[in-house]
Ligand binder design. Sequence first.
Ligand SMILES: [Zn+2]
Ligand SMILES: [Zn+2]
Length: 373
Amino acid sequence: MQIPTTQTVALVRELGGKVEFKTDYPVPVPGKREVLAKILYTGVCQSDLHTKSGTAASANGTPITQIKLPHVGGHEGVGRIVALGPDCGLGIKVGQLVGIRFGSRVCRRCEFCLAGTEQYCLNSTNHLHHEDGSFQEYIALDADYLTQLPDDVNPAEIGPVLCAGLTAYKVSIISLFLHGLTNFQAVLNTQIKPGNWLVVVGAGGGLGHLAVQYAKAHGAQVIGVDAGASKREFVLRMGATEFIDFTTTDPVARVHEITGLGAHAVVVTAGSAGAFAHACEMLRVGGTLSCVGIPAGRPALQTPICTIVIKGLRITGNLVGSLKECMEAVELVRRGIVKPEIKVRNFQELPAVYEEMEKGDISGRIVLKIAQE
Ligand SMILES: [Zn+2]
Ligand SMILES: [Zn+2]
C-alpha cells in the first residue's frame, strides 16, 4: 500500500481559536516499536471541545494550558494498521483494526501502572494534550500500548466506546459494586442484584446513553434525567425504565417517588455545575454518587456533610479506565448487548459539530468519517 507523505488534519493554532483544515500536514513515520494507522472514524468528545476552547479544567480547577500547539484533537478514533516500525513484536499485523484512545503512552513502572490503573500513570502522555489525536488521516501509535480491536466490529460504532463507553462501563460497574460490599463477588460474576436503581444525569448524551445501556446490562433499573421530548423518546429507547425531564420536573422529588428510598447510585455525566449540585439528594442510605462530567472552573457539590455521614454516602470520581477495562467495554458492544447511537458526518463538518455540542442538543454521539478504507 502506498502511504502518502502529507495528509489532511483538523488543526487549532491557538486555544480558543478556530479549527482549520490543513492538507499538507506531514504523515508521521512510525519509529521503533510504533505502528502507523490510517484513521477511518472518530467520535467527537466534550473534552475535545473544552481542550480546543482552552476551558478544560485541571485537578485543581485551573484551565489546562500546557497543550501541544498547534493542536490536533480526537481520542475516540478507529483505524487500520498500514505500516509497522522496527521491533513491533509478535501479534501485531498490517490490516488490524486499532483504537486511538485518550492515553497514548504509559510508563508501566509507576504505582498506578503496576496497579492496573494506568490511566493515572505519573509519566503518561495522551492524545489530547501531548500528541496529535484522531482528527487526522494517519497516526503513529505505541505498539506496546496498542488498543487492538476485534475484527468483527463496526469501525464506525466503536470509536465512542473508547472514551465515553469505557467511562460509562466503568461507572456503572463501580457504582453498582459500591452499593454494599456483599455485591462485590456478584459484580465480578456480572450477577448484580437485579432491580437496583441507578440514575444517569445527562442520559441522552454521548456518555449518558452508553451508561444507560451498560447499567442495564449489569441488571440495574435506570432512571434517565435529561431535557426535552426527543431526549425522552431516545433515553427510553436505550432501555431506561423511567425518564425525568429536569426542565419541567424536580429530579430529586421524582427519584424518591419512583424508588421509595432513593437511588442506589447516581452517575452525573453532564458537564454543568447545576447537574451536580443536588445529585446526592437522590441517593438512598449507602448510595454512591459517581462524578464523570467535568464542569469548567471550580464548582462544588452542595451536599451537607451531615447528609454524607448520616446516610453513609460514597462520592467517587471517574477518569476513563484502563486498557483492559476498555476491551471489556468493547466486548459488550461486539456481542450486541450495548449499541452506541451514532450519526456519521464528514470530517470537514467538525466545526459545525462543535457548535451543536455547545448547544447541547445532540442525542448519542457524532462520529466523523476520516479516511476511505
Ligand atoms: Zn473523551
Ligand atoms: Zn506509569
